[in-house]
Design a protein around this ligand. Structure first.
Ligand SMILES: *Cc1c(COP(=O)(O)O)cnc(C)c1O
Length: 427
């Protein structure tokens, strides 16, 4: 018995499950080499942005109080702007999450009477309340900002006729979501995003185009800023935080759009000038530095999961061979027992809270029970190995993350072993 296999065995992976995992890894060598090449490219992109902006030791110190002249914060924002190829960026621990960053982008760049258009169909769940699709206090709707939506075509591609018809004189902003999130439709590659941006700008050159970039960062050679997006927005407890950022969000975009967002985040008149970084800067910089390889690990984990589960007859979305544009993998498990067993396996693979057992619960805002598995260093971090799913037909589990590929692989094998041990997989 080789020592690697015995190490797996000591963590509860049977020789049979180990063997099937190894076989799939051999099959994936070439595909993983292509992912490593993207990671290599993005590592150099991040490094060059840090070097060219002279990130120095003093940048790691941070400020307290008002945070005037915070060198580290100002430099980090230049580094983000360079990476996303935009004029400016706002990167702050005061941005509490991805939804906050997106809300900030929308609320600061529209005024009463303006209209927002989504060209990628229904936006991410939490944005429904920001926009006012579901009535909510402080929504755009309450401020007299209207909303329109061009649904995607049945095959998940942009509906150009519907988009053309929906762009009107009052259309001030267009939003577009790169990742499918928790829907079943293809995620968009940056090249596709570029085509739709060009299409919209041709119809209305002054429209502001925002891309919800959550889960997409560093999965490709280019980012939406390279193909004409006016605002690129995301969360630091996903890909760009590299697992180290303890909080935060970013907006990268045109000078004017970012300036508007800064005045909204702090106050008119103050804008980017205030906002102490406290002790967060070392992890924001180091997390960004690690983000390309961390994202590659999460991508490999998703692809490995799809290959393993497809082999045993489960349908996966995206399917195993689909080129990736984000890190989310969904697997249709078909029964409550399988969903629970899967999540228990993921939980038992965690570095933190591996000894707790996840159970379905009535989560506010959901019409069925939900089960979640996460044992993360940063609470709620979905760049770390995690899985969740609603207990209803067709019992889809959504799986994402993996700070390192060996850990992602181990987590998937644990999920599978858990299903085998529960008698749900017979082979
Ligand atoms: C996660 C996510 C969001 C919201 O981010 P939170 O940090 O959960 O508020 C928005 N859009 C997409 C596509 C996401 O994946």
């Amino acid at each position: 018995m080789d020592t690697l296999q015995s190490m797996y065995e000591s963590l509860g992976i049977s020789p049979k499950v180990y063997a099937v995992g190894e076989e799939i890894c051999r099959q994936l060598k070439e595909r993983f080499a292509r992912i490593d090449e993207i990671a290599q490219f993005n590592q150099l992109k991040v490094l060059k942005a840090m070097q060219d902006n002279q990130v120095g030791e003093a940048c790691l110190l941070g400020t307290t109080g008002y945070g005037y002249s915070d060198l580290g914060r100002e430099t980090l924002e230049k580094v983000y702007a360079r990476i996303f190829h935009t004029e400016d960026a706002l990167v702050r621990p005061q941005i509490t999450c991805g939804t906050h960053a997106l809300a900030l982008a929308l609320m600061s760049n529209m005024r009463p009477g303006d209209e927002l258009l989504s060209v990628s169909g229904k936006p991410y769940d939490t944005l429904e309340e920001v926009i006012g699709i579901r009535p909510s206090k402080g929504s755009l709707a309450e401020y007299g900002i209207t909303y329109r939506q061009a649904d995607l075509k049945e095959d998940g591609t942009f509906d150009l006729d519907a988009i053309k018809a929906a762009i009107r004189p009052e259309t001030r902003m267009i939003t577009l979501q790169r990742s499918k999130g928790y829907q079943t439709r293809p995620s968009f590659h940056v090249s596709e995003i570029g085509e739709i941006i060009a299409f919209c700008k041709k119809i209305k050159p002054d429209v502001i185009i925002m891309v919800d970039n959550c889960y997409g960062e560093f999965t490709d050679y280019i980012e939406p800023g390279d193909v004409g997006a006016d605002l690129v927005v995301g969360s630091l407890i996903k890909n760009p935080g590299g697992g180290l950022a303890p909080i935060g969000g970013y907006l990268a975009g045109t000078r004017e759009c970012v300036e508007n967002a800064a005045y909204r985040l702090t106050s008119p008149g103050l804008g980017k000038e205030v906002g102490a970084t406290l002790g967060t800067l070392p992890s924001l910089y180091q997390g960004l530095f690690l983000a390309p390889t961390v994202t590659a690990s999460a991508l490999k984990s998703a692809i490995f999961a799809a290959h393993l589960y497809e082999r045993f007859g489960y349908s996966c979305y995206p399917s195993a061979d689909t080129p990736r544009a984000d890190i989310i993998q969904s697997i249709t498990l078909g029964s409550a027992d399988a969903l629970i067993a899967f999540c228990k396996g993921i939980q038992s693979a965690a570095p933190v809270d591996s000894f707790v057992v996840p159970e379905p619960w009535d989560m506010p805002g959901y019409d069925s029970q939900v089960i979640m598995a996460a044992g993360a260093f940063v609470s709620g971090s979905s760049i770390e190995l995690s899985a969740d799913g609603p207990l209803k037909e067709p019992y889809n589990v959504y799986f994402q993350g993996g700070l390192t590929w060996p850990h992602g692989k181990f987590g998937i094998l644990k999920s599978f072993q858990s299903m085998v041990d529960s008698g749900l997989i017979l082979w």
